[in-house]
Design a protein around this ligand. Sequence first.
Ligand SMILES: Nc1ncnc2c1ncn2[C@@H]1O[C@H](COP(=O)(O)OP(=O)(O)O)[C@@H](O)[C@H]1O
Ligand SMILES: [Mg+2]
Length: 361
Amino acid sequence: MVEDLRLDSLEGVGPVTTRKLSDAGVLVNKARQHLVDGGLIAKHFTSASEIYKHRQSIGKITTGTNCLDTLFDGGLETQALTEVYGEFGCGKTQFAHTMSVMVQKTKEEGGLEGSVLYIDTENTFRPERIVSIAQAHEMDPEKVLDNIIVARAYNSAHQTLILEEAGPIIEENNIKLIVADSAVGLFRSEYLGRGTLSNRQQKLNHFVHLLSRIAETYNCAAIATNQVMASPDVFFGDPTRPIGGNVVAHTSTYRIYFKKSGKKRIARMVDSPHHPEEEVIFALGEAGVIDPEDAEKKTKKTTKKAATKKAKEPEVEAKVETPEESTETPEVEAPAEASEVETVEAPPVDAKADDSEPVEE
Ligand SMILES: Nc1ncnc2c1ncn2[C@@H]1O[C@H](COP(=O)(O)OP(=O)(O)O)[C@@H](O)[C@H]1O
Ligand SMILES: [Mg+2]
């Protein structure tokens, strides 16, 4: 028989020490429970029925477009981290702005009647864009702005701190969407070179895991944007491998790849646990991310206007289009793009790829 081991059975440990140690234990357990409740650390044991019940409450936020709702199978999910990656100007920030408005829609309209915590690391949050998107969806812009809490992060440690302290803010403000735009940029710029790579990956890993756990704990949707470089000569391998490497990729529940194709954009669902690997064409406009048909309607209108304008100032309109047109081939049809994305995505993100990352940058 194993003897019942008690603290006071140890030599030199009297009732006073026992009580002190026991009190300390209670304190530690309370602190742990607090961290579990706040989503900062994971629970040790959870029953499957508890997980099942929690997952039943997963909500979906419409993207406000038919095309992206199809890709997302209804909309952006809560209790999940969605990584949006793509090159500069592909619409990651526009998407984040659009979702910050859509989450506020009523449930009947595909929203969650929730607020937003927007962690802006690149100073690209624009309230004016929120106003336009809200107006396009016939929502009160002032109310919509009121429901977005913007946290400007100045360095990667600050970015992490914001999230570590977000628990009470999320609860008090009924936050249903957390945006980290960009999730990776500050980590990337602060930890340059091979020597600091593992340190950076570790810190970034902590950030994305925290984001993902908070999304689960508070039943929020989370978006992490991640910029990839477009120019193939910078990289040896995959020209569009996300800068965050596999850290973000492995933690995200969903990964969406945005790609420019002339004036249109292509969104592709990459390694989702239950979505088919599919892609759709969308566009960007005053209303944020929009269906390509709506963009065409708009273009027709502007072309008419432009035609009258052109008589006076023929150069202006043409110039606006140049930067995009020159880097992209507008004639490229979706299938061709599809195969391009395919090749680009082909090398699986594995542990080895990590080592070569600083060289690629
Ligand atoms: N008001 C607007 N109307 C139409 N398109 C816009 C508007 N604002 C931004 N865009 C489009 O969004 C693009 C920038 O997208 P953005 O989300 O900032 O890219 P990134 O992926 O780098 O975050 C611009 O190139 C432009 O095409
Ligand atoms: Mg951006």
